[in-house]
Ligand binder design. Structure first.
Ligand code: HEC
Length: 193
């Protein structure tokens, strides 16, 4: 059942290749048209890839209000508009910014440079974005741009020592180790010979 279909697909592929070869040998113009078609396809591929990455690499978990609560079913027009949920710890309090507004301010070239060197405070996994291929970061840009600018800015960062208004997550660390009588000190303070 599947074999004739595969053979058919293969024949169509061969025919397409032959047709392309024919076009290119006639003049440069059809080749340019073919190249333009390839760019158009790759833009839609990038959009699909960008959506897939945003959906699967967790960006919505923090940058989209209500995404987790909706079990990932929130419509795309609600995505990445930032969140008023604070992340409080020794670094202060951070808020996942509105990426729809942020990326709208940038050109693709600026985003590629910015995202390749992304350094943020916690709890953003900036290392994950830095580890993405340029094509993946381009795909994210294309997709977020295609959503258009929307929503408000997230609250501004608060420095350490300030208690943020609810709602926020708080990271409680154990107290730092004290220097009281570690074994080396005891030895050092023992009377010498
Ligand atoms: C665990 C929560 C969390 C996840 C997951 C997350 N972010 Fe963030 N993101 C944040 C927070 C919080 C900040 C703000 C950090 C700061 O204030 O320095 C931030 C900042 C950023 C910034 C910097 C914006 C600027 O203007 O400086 C970018 C870009 C970004 N995130 C993109 C992404 C992308 C793309 C993903 C998915 C791959 C993602 N984030 C996943 C929480 C998160």
């Amino acid at each position: 059942m599947s074999r004739p279909i595969r053979t058919l697909n293969y024949s169509i592929f061969l025919l397409a290749l032959l047709a392309l070869a024919g076009c290119q040998s006639e003049s440069g113009k059809p080749a340019a048209a073919v190249a333009a078609a390839a760019v158009a396809t790759s833009h839609s591929d990038l959009l699909a890839r960008g959506e897939y990455l945003i959906r699967t690499t967790g960006c919505n978990d923090c940058h989209t209000v209500g995404y987790a609560e909706s079990q990932g079913t929130l419509p795309k027009d609600q995505w990445l508009k930032g969140s008023p949920l604070g992340y409080n710890g020794p670094w202060g309090t951070t808020y996942a910014p509105n990426l729809r507004l942020r990326l709208h301010e940038m050109t693709e070239v600026q985003w590629l440079e910015f995202s390749a060197n992304l350094r943020t405070r916690p709890i953003m996994p900036d290392f994950a974005v830095r580890a993405m291929t340029e094509e993946d970061r381009r795909a994210i840009f294309r997709f977020v741009q295609s959503l258009g600018p929307a929503g408000e800015q997230a609250p501004a960062y608060l420095p350490p020592g300030q208690t943020p208004p609810a709602p926020y997550f708080g990271l409680i660390l154990p107290p730092p180790p004290t220097e009281a009588s570690p074994p080396e000190k005891a030895v050092a303070s023992a009377p010498g010979p």
